[in-house]
Design a protein around this ligand. Structure first.
Ligand SMILES: C[S@@+](CC[C@H](N)C(=O)[O-])C[C@H]1O[C@@H](n2cnc3c(N)ncnc32)[C@H](O)[C@@H]1O
Length: 326
């Protein structure tokens, strides 16, 4: 069987995050690769006894695979089906049951979909495989890609492909989809959709980019990916203990922009209106940027794991509330 998913930048993540015993949250469990790396690092550092790993994923197949990967670590880990936007509620619930304070020593979000999700034709994530227009990470979620492709008006489709895919040919692709619907009733699967896109993209290598961008836009809309990210980052930071860190890996510019913006907002202190001399800020920043520029995978890693090529890792550290200290 093909590998479920190779964790990206795993060595860097554990060396930046695992610095003390405590509760660690892997908000995007996937196949459990990063979680296993956390557990090994905690063991190596002698922190196992006082630590707990909480793994969250909204995909049942991911939870099953992670359970297999983490077998033997049941006493040190709790796996939860849920959305990482509810990280605070999940941490409070698990810690409450374990009699632990809901304070987190490290959080990881490795955004997007896993190789397994993309490679499974029936999930409908890939333009390379023929499958249903599904694209849901959570199989209980109400919206399918087919509802969008066959239900949205032309203008809405064009806006979606432009906004979430940054696709320059968004209008002509939306127009071609609607023309297809009028002629044939509906678009029936990923192959049919990919053929419509191919017929309306620029030629050469640009076709692949257009296919990726349109499929990305649909996936983001189906799973509300950008809407949940901001909330997860803010809640995750709220639940971090002082001097604890959050790491986020993003794979495209829309995600990375949100991560960069939220981290910068949280790091900034508010000194009030310009020209007014203040002895201290009105509001202190709550985090420090550990990485000013995103870290990228090494050539060695991208040679064996091509998915790592587009990965950008950003890390922040929670700082104690200064208004309480002074
Ligand atoms: C890139 S994969 C993570 C791979 C994982 N780090 C590993 O080592 O195998 C992303 C995973 O996060 C899950 N996911 C994405 N968005 C989520 C969300 N909002 N809430 C919970 N899980 C999410 C996906 O279902 C997928 O399994």
């Amino acid at each position: 069987m093909e590998r479920f998913h190779d964790p990206v930048l795993a060595d860097e993540i554990v060396s930046f995050l695992v610095r003390k015993p405590g509760v660690y949250v892997d908000g995007t469990l996937g196949g459990g690769g990063h979680s296993l790396a956390f557990l090994h690092a905690l063991h190596e550092a002698g922190y196992s006894e006082q630590s707990l790993l909480i793994g969250i994923d909204q995909d049942d197949a991911a939870l099953d695979e992670a359970e297999r990967t983490l077998r033997g670590n049941e006493s040190r880990s709790v796996l939860v089906k849920g959305n990482f936007q509810d990280i605070g509620e999940i941490v409070t619930g698990v810690c409450g049951k374990k009699g632990l304070e809901p304070k987190v020593a490290g959080v990881l979000l490795d955004l997007g979909v896993s190789s397994f999700q993309i490679d499974t034709a029936e999930r409908g994530f890939s333009y390379l495989r023929d499958g249903p227009l599904d694209m849901r990470m959570d199989s209980n979620a109400p919206l399918h890609a087919g509802d969008i492709v066959n239900g949205y008006e032309e203008k809405e489709l064009a806006r979606l492909f432009y906004r979430y895919g940054e696709e320059p040919r968004s209008r002509s692709i939306a127009n071609a989809i609607v023309a297809w619907r009028e002629k044939n009733g509906s678009v029936c699967g990923t192959k049919e959709l990919a053929d419509i896109i191919r017929g309306n993209a620029y030629g050469g290598e640009k076709v692949i980019k257009t296919l990726s961008r349109v499929f990305q836009a649909l996936r983001i809309e189906v799973n509300g990916e950008l809407d949940v990210l901001r909330r997860a980052l803010c809640e995750g930071i709220d639940f971090l203990d002082d001097y604890s860190r959050m790491a986020v890996i993003s794979y495209h510019s829309l995600e990375d922009r949100i991560v960069k913006t939220v981290f910068a907002e949280k790091a900034r202190s508010d000194w009030g209106p310009k020209g007014v001399a203040m002895r201290e800020p009105i509001v202190w920043g709550t985090v420090a940027l550990v990485t000013r520029k995103p870290l990228m995978a090494s050539e060695q890693e991208t040679a064996t794991n091509p998915r790592a090529r587009s990965a950008k890792l950003r890390i922040i550290e929670k700082i104690p509330r200064r208004d309480q200290h002074e």
